[in-house]
Design a protein around this ligand. Structure first.
Ligand code: HEM
Length: 753
C-alpha cells in the first residue's frame, strides 16, 4: 500500500459500500456487526476508521482525575487511516516477520513482530472470581426528586440527569459460560454523579445465601465446579452446592429464589434489581432513614421456562447479551424505575419485627411500599467489551454524600472485598483511572504512583498537613458537601464471633415466598428442586435438603420427595404462620411488549404483502420481527433472518404463521436433526416443531391465510392463546394483547393448587 496516497473520507467509503449492497441487506435488522455493510472485495484504499454503530457509546472522555477534556471519544481508541506501531510509526507490512531470506529464521531485530506477539501474549486478565460472565450498557438516570426529603444526594434532586453504566451478570459461570443457566443475576450500576461515583452493586434477588461476609468463600467454593474434575460449569445442580445449603440453612431463602422462575430470567430487561442490604440515607440536616433499593423493570418480571433455558444454552449461549444489545439497537431502550422502601432509623434497626441488618430477609412490599425516586434508561451499547464491560470496577464503598452504609455484616465484608480483588484483576491500584471507571467529579486525592499511573500529578506535597503546596488539598466542611460517616451509636458489647439471635430464623420467609407464588410458579419450583437434587449423587444430601423443605412446606417437600423417590420427612421446627406477599409473583399482571421477538414463518407462497405489513407493525410497536423461511436471502423483498434449519422456537416470544410451507429440500434428518421431529408430508416438520414448542412453552401463536392449516396439523387450533384472523395485522394485534401477560398461563396445568 502506498502510504503517500491521500486517505479517502469515511463518508465516501460508507456510502460506496452501502450503494453496492443496497437492496440485498436491510439495515433495520439489529445485530449486524459494523456500521457499514462490507464489500466482497478486500478494501485497499486507505480511509479513516468507520464510525461506530449508531447505538454505540463509549465512556465520556475525562482525565484520569475526572476533569472534562472535551476530547471526542476517538481519543480513547483507533484513529487515522494507517496502521502504526504502539509508538505511532506507520507500518508497511504486518503479515510477514522479518527473516534472513524468505526461507530463513526470524530475526531478533524484528521489533514489530516482538511488540505484536508480546502484547497478544498478555491480552487476557484474570476473570472476576464471581460474576465473570456479564454484559453492559450505558444509559441515563433521571431523578424524580421524590428522594429529596430523605437524602441530600445531589443526583437524586428533581430533574437531575446522571450518566450511568450498568453491568448484568451471572454469578457462577466462567466468562464464556451460557447466559441462560439457573443462577442469581448481578445488576451493578455505576452512577457518575458530580459529587462522586455511586455504585449500586445489586442482584436480581433481594436476599443472599449468607448473613456474614466471612462465609462468602464457603458458598462460592460450594457452588463453583467441583475442585477435582472442574464440573459442572455454571450450575447449582451438583452435590457440593446442595451439601452446603442443606447444612447451612440460612441459605434456604436465597436457594428457593434460585429454584423459582427468577433464576432463569427471560431477559435482563425483565429482571428486578435489589440492593439487598439496608442502606442509610442522610439529609442536609443530618436526619437519617433506613432504606432498601429496588429496580422495577418497565417490562415487568418475566422468565424463561426451564426447557427454553436449557435449549438456549446450546442454541444461543449469548441470548441475554444479544437481547440487551439488539433491544437497544432497535430503539426499545430498557427502562427501570429506582425505588426505595423507607424505614425509620431506630436503634433496633428492625421494621415490623424484621431485622433490617439480616440480608436473608425481605420486607414485603405490602408492609413498606416501594416509592419511585427515578428512572434508568439504557440507550447505548459499549463500543469495546474489554475496555468497558470487562474493566469496569464496582465497589459498595463508592458512595456520594447523602448515602451511607449500615452494620449488615454481609455489607461490611463486601466493603473490603471488591477493591481487594480488583487490585489483582485490573493489575494494580490505579484502576479508577481506566476510562470506564473515571469519575465525573473532580478528583483531588493524595494517592500517588503505582502500576499504570495515568495522571501527571502536580504539586510537591501529597500529604497532609502540608505548607509546601499551600495546604492544598483541604478537608471539606459540612457546608461544602463533605461525605460524612453517620455517627451511629455502637452499643457497648463484648468482642464476639456471633450473630444476633434474630438471624436464627431460617424458614419463615422461605415459606412466605413459597406461599406468595401462583400454582404454576410453585410447580416450576418443585420441578427445579427435583431436577437439581436429582442430579446429586449422594442420598444423604438429598435427605438433608428434604428436611429443610419439610420445615418450609409439607406439599413442597412431598412433591420433591416423590420426584426423588424418597420418603418425605416430618418438620423439625413449627411451620411458620406467615402472610403471603402477592407482589413477589410474576403472574397476573400486564406489561408493555417493547423489544420482544415476533417470529414470522413465511414461504414464497405465503401472503407476502401481509407479512410486509406485519413486519412494519412489529417495528412500529417497538418490537423486533424474526422472519423464518425455508431458505436464506430474500422471500419476495423480505429479508430472511432464520431458515427452518437455523431457527428455533426459543428465540421468539410469539409465533405468527403466514403460510403452510411444504417440506424444504433439507427437511431430512440427515441434514437437520429437527426434521425428524414430526412426520408430515404436507408441512415442513421444522415448522410443526416450532408450533409444538411455542405451544408447550405457553407462547401466543397466531395464523392467517395458509398458516391456519399448520395450526390444524399441529393439533393446537382453537386452544387457549392460539388465534386466527383474516389478515396479518389483525392477528398480530391479537397476539400482542396476549403477550402483555407474558405467557398463556392456563396452558400450564398445576397440580398443587
Ligand atoms: C448482597 C450480596 C451480594 C451482592 C448483591 C453482590 C453483587 C455482586 C455483583 C453484581 C457483582 C458483579 C460486579 C460486576 O458486574 O463487575 C459482584 C462481584 C463480586 N462480588 Fe459480590 N455480591 C454480594 C455479596 C458478596 C460478598 C459477601 C462478597 C465477598 C465478601 C462479594 C465479593 C464479590 C467479588 C470479589 C466480586 C468480583 C468483583 C470484581 O472482580 O470486579 N460479593 N458482586
Amino acid at each position: 500500500m502506498d502510504s503517500s496516497k491521500p486517505a479517502k473520507a469515511v463518508k465516501d467509503v460508507v456510502e460506496a459500500a452501502a450503494e453496492k449492497v443496497a437492496g440485498v441487506l436491510t439495515p433495520d435488522v439489529p445485530g449486524a456487526p459494523g456500521s457499514a455493510p462490507p464489500t466482497v472485495e478486500e478494501p485497499t484504499t486507505p480511509h479513516d476508521p468507520l464510525p461506530p454503530k449508531a447505538e454505540q457509546g463509549a465512556p465520556e472522555t475525562r482525565s484520569p482525575t475526572g476533569a472534562k477534556t472535551g476530547a471526542p471519544a476517538i481519543a480513547n481508541g483507533q484513529q487515522g487511516a494507517f496502521l502504526t506501531t504502539s509508538q505511532g510509526a506507520r507500518l508497511r507490512d504486518t503479515d510477514h516477520s522479518l527473516k534472513a531470506g524468505p526461507r530463513g529464521p526470524i530475526l531478533l531485530q524484528d521489533h514489530h513482530f516482538r511488540e505484536k506477539i508480546t502484547h497478544f501474549d498478555h491480552e487476557r486478565i484474570p476473570e472476576r472470581v464471581v460474576h465473570a460472565r456479564g454484559a453492559g450498557a450505558h444509559g441515563l438516570f433521571t431523578a424524580y426528586g421524590t428522594a429529596e426529603r430523605v437524602t441530600k444526594a445531589g443526583f437524586l434532586k428533581k430533574g437531575r440527569e446522571t450518566e450511568v453504566f450498568v453491568r448484568f451478570s451471572t454469578v457462577l459461570g466462567s466468562r464464556g459460560s451460557a447466559d441462560t443457566v439457573r443462577d442469581t443475576r448481578g445488576f451493578a450500576t455505576k452512577f457518575y454523579t458530580d459529587e462522586g461515583t455511586f455504585d449500586l452493586v445489586a442482584n436480581n434477588m433481594p436476599v443472599f445465601f449468607i448473613q456474614d461476609a466471612i462465609k462468602f468463600p464457603d458458598i462460592i467454593h460450594a457452588a463453583k465446579p467441583h475442585p477435582d474434575r472442574e464440573i459442572p460449569q455454571a450450575q447449582s445442580a451438583h452435590d457440593t452446592f446442595w451439601d452446603f445449603v442443606s447444612l447451612h440453612t440460612e441459605a434456604q431463602h436465597h436457594t428457593m429464589w434460585n429454584m423459582s422462575d427468577r433464576g432463569i430470567p427471560r431477559s435482563y430487561r425483565t429482571m428486578e434489581g435489589f440492593g439487598v442490604h439496608t442502606f442509610r440515607l442522610v439529609d442536609a440536616a443530618g436526619e437519617t432513614v433506613l432504606v432498601k433499593f429496588h429496580w422495577k423493570p418497565k417490562l415487568g418480571v418475566h422468565s424463561l421456562t426451564w426447557e427454553e433455558a436449557q435449549l438456549l444454552g446450546g442454541i444461543d449461549p449469548d441470548f441475554h447479551r444479544r437481547d440487551l444489545y439488539d433491544a437497544i439497537e432497535a430503539g426499545a431502550y430498557p427502562e427501570w424505575e429506582l425505588g426505595i422502601q423507607v424505614f425509620p432509623d431506630t436503634p433496633e434497626e428492625t421494621f415490623a419485627g424484621i431485622d433490617l441488618l439480616d440480608p436473608t430477609k425481605i420486607v414485603p412490599e405490602e408492609l413498606a411500599p416501594v416509592q419511585p425516586i427515578g428512572r434508568l434508561t439504557l440507550n447505548r451499547t459499549p463500543r469495546n467489551f474489554f475496555a468497558e464491560t470487562e474493566q469496569v470496577a464496582f465497589h459498595l464503598g463508592h458512595l456520594p454524600p447523602g448515602i451511607d452504609v449500615t452494620n449488615d455484616p454481609l455489607l461490611q465484608g463486601r466493603l473490603f472485598s471488591y477493591v481487594d480483588t480488583q487490585l489483582t484483576r485490573l493489575g494494580g491500584p490505579n484502576f479508577s483511572q481506566i476510562p470506564i471507571n473515571r469519575p465525573h467529579a473532580p478528583v483531588n486525592d493524595m494517592l500517588r504512583d503505582g502500576f499504570h499511573q495515568h495522571a501527571v500529578h502536580a504539586g510537591v506535597a501529597p500529604y497532609r498537613p502540608n505548607s509546601l503546596d499551600g495546604g492544598n488539598p483541604f478537608p471539606a466542611g459540612d457546608d461544602e458537601n463533605a461525605f460524612v460517616d453517620v455517627p451511629v451509636t455502637v452499643a457497648e458489647a463484648p468482642k464476639v464471633r456471633a450473630n444476633p439471635v434474630s438471624f436464627d430464623d431460617h424458614y419463615s420467609q422461605v415459606r412466605l415466598f413459597w406461599l406468595s407464588m401462583s400454582p404454576v410458579e410453585q410447580e416450576h419450583i418443585i420441578r427445579a428442586y427435583a431436577f437439581e437434587l436429582g442430579k446429586c449423587y449422594h442420598q444423604a444430601i438429598k435427605e438433608r435438603q428434604l428436611q429443610s423443605l419439610a420445615n418450609i412446606d409439607p406439599v413442597l417437600c412431598a412433591e420433591v420427595a416423590t420426584g426423588l423417590g424418597l420418603p418425605a420427612p416430618q418438620p423439625t421446627v413449627p411451620i411458620a404462620d406467615v402472610a403471603p406477599s402477592p407482589a413477589l409473583s410474576q403472574v397476573g399482571r400486564e406489561w408493555p411488549s417493547d423489544g420482544r421477538m415476533v417470529g414470522v414463518v413465511v414461504d414464497p407462497d405465503a401472503d407476502l404483502d401481509g407479512v410486509g405489513q406485519v413486519r412494519r407493525a412489529v417495528f412500529a410497536a417497538g418490537m423486533v420481527p424474526l422472519l423464518i423461511a425455508p431458505h436464506g436471502g430474500l422471500v419476495g423483498d423480505l429479508p430472511v433472518q432464520r431458515t427452518f434449519a437455523t431457527g428455533r422456537s426459543v428465540e421468539v416470544d410469539v409465533l405468527l404463521l403466514a403460510g403452510a410451507p411444504a417440506p424444504a429440500p433439507d427437511a431430512i434428518p440427515a441434514r437437520d436433526a429437527k426434521a425428524g421431529a414430526a412426520d408430515s408430508a404436507a408441512v415442513d416438520p421444522r415448522v410443526l416443531l416450532l408450533v409444538e414448542e411455542c405451544w408447550r412453552h405457553a407462547k401466543a401463536i397466531g395464523a392467517w391465510d395458509g398458516g391456519v392449516t399448520v395450526l390444524e396439523r399441529a393439533g393446537v387450533a382453537g386452544t387457549p392463546g392460539v388465534v386466527t384472523g383474516d389478515s396479518g395485522a389483525e392477528v398480530f394485534t391479537a397476539v400482542q394483547q396476549l403477550l402483555a401477560a407474558h405467557r398463556v398461563w392456563e396452558r400450564f396445568p398445576a397440580s398443587v393448587a
